[in-house]
Ligand binder design. Sequence first.
Ligand code: SF4
Length: 293
Amino acid sequence: MDYVGKMFRPPSEADSLLLQVTVGCSWNRCTYCMMYRDVDQAFRVKPWDKVAADLDEAAAVPFAIRRVFLCDGDALVLSTDKLATILEAIRNRLPQVRRVGIYGDARSILRKSVADLTALRELGLGIVYHGVESGDDETLRRIDKGSTAAEAVEAAARLREAGIRHSVIVMLGIGGVERTREHAEATADLLTAMDPPYVGALTTTVVPGSPLADAEAVGEFTLPDPWGMLAELEILVDRASLGRCTFHANHASNYLPLRLNLPTDREQGLAMLREALRRRDSSLLIPESWRGL
Ligand code: SF4
């Protein structure tokens, strides 16, 4: 496969064929993100002949490929026509594929109409992974997310109308100590308004060299400690009202792995979180050295 730079994908796409259709991220400004900052990762659309050659290579493997994930960072930014061409080619060359996933953000989702998204769903696009990070507009402004909570709600409605599953990612700690409560409460309210079927809560890590690390170095950002992160998680689980949601806080970055079916498991999850917060026993947490980023 013709991969430029390091490939990133959601944990649930671990068994998927990673098909790189764009390089980098067209936004590339979020202050905490260093995924696509290398020189060779400047945003561009992969030439069709490279994508087609990758599909030919995948079609030759001696096992059935069931899932494909389109990389890189916000591949949904591609035009509907380009994405339709890619999805049709996947369908023709890999007929056993059951679902295609992609990263998108509020900007790329809202650039497409419900009719566009429906057409992409009919061609196999099954799930969009969307890092909303926070429901607090002040936090979103500080991290230069480039979209607002209201736009995330609109994006969720559009995907739902088009019949595309929506997996939403939020970041514990991204508001810093200063906005920890505002961030957690507004994020819970945002999740309520979006009501997605999947939520992943990641724990913020300050990556060396990132603008967020620069802010931390001059005292403009302070990451909550592990207990502060868990307190935010408790607010999310307690306050968000979700219809039927698989809620994951078991990413490698998290201190206390949690997987809940909400609302059914709410009380069980809250009891676990509150007990951990009451005991404040570090041995209950994943050791810092084991946490992946
Ligand atoms: S949109 Fe995603 S990939 Fe792009 S800079 Fe922000 S977090 Fe990174």
